[in-house]
Write a protein that binds this ligand. Sequence first.
Ligand code: PAF
Length: 285
Amino acid sequence: MKILRTIGDVRDAVRAARAQGHRVGLVPTMGAFHDGHLALMRHARAHNELVVVSLFVNPTQFGQGEDLSSYPRDEARDAALAEQQGVDILFAPEPAEIYPDGFATSIHVSGLTDVLDGAARGPHHFDGVATVVTKLLGIVRPDTAYFGQKDAQQVLVVRRVVRDLNLDVRIEALPTVREADGLAMSSRNVYLDADARRQAAALNGALSAASDLFASGERDAEAILAAARRVLADADVTPEYLELRSATDLRTLDRVDEDALLAVAVAARVGAARLIDNHLLKGAG
Ligand code: PAF
């Protein structure tokens, strides 16, 4: 596996692979790899001849008071893990390579970013994500880019950018990878102490209660949300949000009775960590 730091070097490597007719897969990451990242890398490996993983803790998607400076960073560990998954190129640029002096462009996706994490973290968050992902897609020009479904809103935002800007790339989202007790894997789980770790399991517990009620035939959004709310309250977790929205455009739903994908999303601060999770409620009606 090669570790590359410059846009020029990545472009040369991708160009050489393309000249041989190779398919190119990109897994954008901020490092601190867990099994969710590794599953994306293995999936990319199985479907492409060249697999590029970007490792860049993107400063523009963090707000004031968020965890940019403390975000877990261990490039040597990440590089070893990526290599074990058969990754060809780890693109690990310095911030100035991505945001040189004079950088002045920002991608804003309206509507989709006004709610859930966009409302909770502020508009800078998804502007930062959309801008850096657009840059990474422009640098690597992959056939397919792979994301985790845990960040369901991020996936919707990226898909919208790709559609609206006619970017020639396929976006594939892979299922959330979970710990044995259901906690969604996240780089931020390292912030959890033992008590917080126990509480954190309530996020998936709450979503599972909502999913179970939906599966038993309940279609009233408030009733479904109430089931989730009870599990969080029992675990003493105060959600930042707990909402039931269309999985295609994030509009709110009073009833879950259309034949569509539906997302229940919850974000909560547990101990020092801000955690998010979601379930898709499929095929209503
Ligand atoms: O999901 C992440 O790790 C980041 O938001 C991403 C997509 C790599 C952009 O910085």
